[in-house]
Design a protein. Structure first.
Length: 599
């Protein structure tokens, strides 16, 4: 039997270990690396599906064209009442990364952005590799967990550069502790302020870096209270303090200087319905995502590694994992920061001489199991690799944007919140009603009331000069039908002019749009039946989704077919037994429908 616990490079093999054992270890390592890279690359060839990417891309184009930074929201038809400091932060804190996105797009279209995805991922993986400080098998095992989880965080958003820079920072800080020569020590220390000034102009996540530096300095200072805690030698400690102070000062060399701290914490109303601000427990309850279990497993492994090292605890490692672990557990958006820290810390912990033999076998086995388990998901992504440089036309109104542009619809636009970034990118300088940059509570409230379709909508449209709308007919998370669609259909001055399974364009019958309406008006009496056909197609394409049966049931209710509507809602409950809209509708219909009409 081949024993990789002894044959792995990086540790002296026992006498008598054959060349065959060494060869097997190398082959196993190559297999682990291959599976890891296959899983890591799969999300990088997905179609573009992040709603915020597009407004970042368009802002980068504006900055490059004007050679200046905007100080307020661009392409917003409804001027937000949010404070100027918030608008300025939103429009300037990503400027360097936005310009990079624009240059990549200019060089190769969306294919250029795909190439940039691979570059950023390569930088992150290489950073982790050079900072690993432990056994190769242990490292590959931990990284196999991390790449599957990281694949759920789009690499084309500016926030991904924060994950890369966070890895750089941890490697530099750790390098001050472990550098073998004074020259290497000073090089790492000097790189910290350079990193922070670059990070502060690419993404507001640099405040995480500032927090981690402060935490690191505090932990290293506490170690000086007792020799048993392993304090740094005095010179290294002084250099660490100087590098940390220089990093903090350098980070203020950005368009927002210290004002970033005024907007770093978003108000609760802005985060309440944003998925990335939900806890991992909430996400798992809602969607049963398997990768969340993988995150919990890595969290447990990292904590277990710290507990097993209780005889020689490292305060810095404990503080780093405690902070990143807590924030990642309670907010989805912080998970990548924990992953970077966990891979580096756990690799060192489990590579200790008394653990490494068993850890190699355990982590190599786990890495293969995880890699193979998620290869099915990867295969689905690779099947659509030819479309990786395209926008996902289910998530975004590609056909509707083409129609608006080709037909030159006039007036201001009302749009779905999640589509604002895409529409301003496609239709600029046309302005959107709302998008992912919004920090105006009044505008957010108006948007919600309009989507509900109450009497408020028409007055608001008149006030804002809105003459066409771009929305889906149902909510993509709950499946609930939007009341605005019913209100527009009931109003004789509004006409549907373009329909697809996920996007509908209504135009107001005003002089500037009359010719478009004359050519493209769709019969209102056939509207719900057309939507019914669309919903059936969506159900057939995604039979495991409860959203589409709910949307179908909502349409059937509008057609007066309660019996078949009940059937659709019950089908949704078979897929997702806790679906709130389906449960509500089933309970109501079972009370109102005669027994003989119930399925």
């Amino acid at each position: 039997m081949v024993d990789i616990s002894a044959a792995a490079p990086g540790h002296s093999p026992e006498r008598g270990v054959s060349r065959r054992s060494n060869r097997f270890a190398l082959l196993l390592k190559a297999l682990l690396l291959l599976v890891l890279l296959v899983d890591a690359a799969a999300p990088l060839v997905k179609q573009f599906s992040d709603p915020d990417f597009f407004w970042h891309l368009q802002t980068g184009a504006w900055i490059w064209e004007h050679r200046a930074l905007p100080d307020k929201f661009l392409f917003a038809a409804t001027p937000p009442s949010s404070p100027e400091v918030v608008q300025r932060f939103t429009m300037t804190s990503y400027w360097m990364m936005q310009v990079l996105l624009h240059l990549a797009y200019t060089a190769g279209g969306l294919g250029g952005i795909v190439a940039l995805r691979f570059l950023l991922w390569a930088l992150l993986l290489l950073t982790l590799f050079f900072g690993k400080g432990g056994d190769d098998f242990v490292f590959l095992g931990l990284l196999s967990f991390a790449v599957v989880i990281l694949g759920h965080f789009p690499a084309d958003r500016p926030q991904f550069i924060s994950f890369v820079f966070f890895g750089f920072l941890l490697v530099l800080l750790g390098g001050i502790r472990s550098a073998g020569s004074r020259a290497a020590l000073l090089t790492r220390a000097a790189a910290i302020p350079l990193l922070m000034v670059l990070w502060a102009n690419c993404h507001g996540g640099y405040v995480v870096g500032l927090g981690i530096m402060a935490l690191w300095l505090l932990a290293e200072s506490l170690k000086r209270l007792h020799p048993a805690l392993g304090p740094l030698p005095p010179e290294r400690y002084r250099i660490l303090l100087a590098a940390g102070a220089a990093g903090v000062l350098a980070s203020f060399l950005n368009p927002n200087t210290y004002h970033v701290f005024e907007v770093a914490l978003l108000p609760p109303w802005m985060t309440a319905n944003v998925q990335e601000y939900r806890s991992t427990i909430e996400i798992y309850r809602l969607y049963a995502e398997q990768w969340v279990i993988l995150y919990w497993a890595l969290l447990g492994l990292t904590v277990a590694g710290l507990l097993l090292s209780w005889r020689r605890p490292d305060l810095t490692d404990i503080a780093l994992i405690a902070v990143t672990g807590y924030f990642s557990f309670t907010r989805l958006r912080h998970i990548p920061f924990f992953l970077v820290a966990a891979v580096l810390v756990s690799c060192r912990l489990y590579s200790a001489p008394r653990f490494v033999g068993k850890a190699r076998v355990a982590f190599a086995t786990a890495a293969l199991a995880v890699g193979i388990l998620f290869l099915g998901d990867a295969a689905k992504m690779y099947r659509n690799i030819s479309r990786c440089a395209e926008v996902n036309d289910y998530l975004f109104p590609v056909q509707a944007a083409d129609f608006i542009k080709n037909e030159d619809l006039r007036g201001n636009m009302f749009n779905l919140y999640a589509w604002g970034g895409y529409l301003l990118w496609r239709l600029a300088p046309t302005e959107v009603f709302i998008d992912g940059r919004n920090s105006d509570r009044n505008l957010s409230g108006a948007y919600q009331l309009i989507m509900e379709g109450g009497p408020f909508w028409k007055q608001h449209f008149l006030t804002r000069g809105i003459h066409y709308t771009v929305t889906p007919f149902f909510d993509g998370i709950s499946g609930r039908f939007y009341g605005l669609i019913d209100a527009l259909l009931a109003d004789p001055s509004w006409v549907p002019v373009s329909m697809s399974p996920t996007a509908i364009v209504f135009a107001e019958n005003v002089p500037e749009n009359r010719e478009v309406i004359r050519r493209w008006a769709l019969p209102k009496e056939q509207f719900y039946r057309t939507l019914l056909k669309y919903s059936s197609n969506l159900i057939a394409s995604s039979p495991s989704s409860a959203v589409f049966p709910v949307a179908q049931g909502e349409i059937l209710l509008r057609l007066g077919d309660g019996a078949h509507a009940l059937q659709s809602f019950e089908n949704a409950l078979r897929i997702a037994p806790q679906h709130p809209v389906a449960r509500e509708r089933v309970a109501s219909l079972r009370q109102s429908l005669p027994a003989e009409r119930q399925p």
